[in-house]
Design a binder for this molecule. Structure first.
Ligand SMILES: [Zn+2]
Ligand SMILES: [Zn+2]
Length: 288
């Protein structure tokens, strides 16, 4: 009992945690950074790097985590997945340990980082796209050249004219689009590095010429890679851009309808034009 009270005086208490939110989040990210792919490999969702970090655990070495507050440790070597029952039981035991193994006075026995911090947020408004564009402009002001490599080269086909629909202030600069394509996938620029907001991988970059794969640069367990979340993000961006394109097109069409009463011959040619090309291409032909 004496040992407990002496020990507990060194522990972080609940009241302290509630007054240091920003510090608490920074410390959560510091814990998350310790989960290198090769140290915490092949762990299921229940005991993922994120779940362990949310409960105060940092990775110390291969399959070994330690509480940053009470210094309790959990060894997490899993049996083969082929031994299904044993494998499932082992995961459940480790999952329970994430709470039970803390010292009785350790704050992480009672606390958890809110799920909202780790959840991915959908992009559903022009405002979000414009905010990302503004961040991309700031990013681009610090770096000379950007080359995107990997699957995004072919999978995320957007053009400067798409963005002109949202804001006329953005220049037709392919490097701005590349900067945008990086920031869409949770990368934050800070001094001379990029860091993922979700898996906390930090990558120091060449400020003269950045060659970057915005997808595979994440840690293997990053939520953006899970269930192809990054592909959904591309769809969300494209939906916003094309929806705005369609609105613009309907305005153009309304103007055309007014003209139709005056110039029927010209409009019949335009209708044919509408049928031959997609709406997006049509809009581009109008704005160029
Ligand atoms: Zn603890
Ligand atoms: Zn990540």
């Amino acid at each position: 009992m004496l040992k407990d009270s002496k020990f507990s005086s060194h522990l972080l208490h609940l009241s302290q945690l509630q007054t240091i939110n920003h510090k608490t989040l920074d410390e959560y990210r510091d814990r998350l950074k310790t989960y290198e792919d090769y140290l915490w490999f092949g762990k299921p969702d229940q005991i993922s790097a994120i779940e362990c970090s949310r409960r105060g655990w940092a990775c110390k070495s291969n399959d070994l985590i330690e509480c940053v507050n009470c210094h309790a440790q959990i060894a997490a070597q899993l049996p083969s997945v082929l031994k299904k029952d044993l494998y499932t039981e082992c995961i459940e035991n480790i999952f329970r340990s994430l709470v039970d193994s803390h010292h009785r006075y350790c704050v992480w026995k009672f606390m958890i980082i809110p799920e909202s911090i780790v959840q991915l947020t959908d992009i559903f408004s022009n405002e979000t796209v414009n905010t990302l564009l503004k961040e991309a402009e700031i990013f681009l002001s610090r770096i000379h050249r950007i080359t995107i490599v990997g699957q995004l080269q072919t999978m995320f086909q957007i053009e400067a004219t798409d963005f002109d629909l949202l804001s006329s202030s953005h220049l037709n600069d392919p490097h701005l689009l590349s900067a945008f394509k990086i920031l869409v996938f949770y990368w934050k620029f800070n001094n001379s590095s990029l860091m993922c907001d979700k898996c906390c991988r930090e990558i120091h970059i060449d400020m003269n010429h950045l060659t970057f794969d915005p997808i595979l640069s994440h840690r293997a367990w990053c939520p953006i890679l899970k269930n192809d979340q990054w592909k959904k993000r591309i769809e969300q961006i494209e939906n916003i851009l094309y929806k705005t394109s369609r609105n613009k097109l309907s305005n153009i069409k309304a103007n055309n309808d007014q003209m139709e009463q005056i110039l029927p011959d010209i409009i019949s040619t335009q209708n044919l034009f509408h049928e031959l090309i997609s709406s997006k291409e049509y809009y581009r032909s109008c704005v160029q």
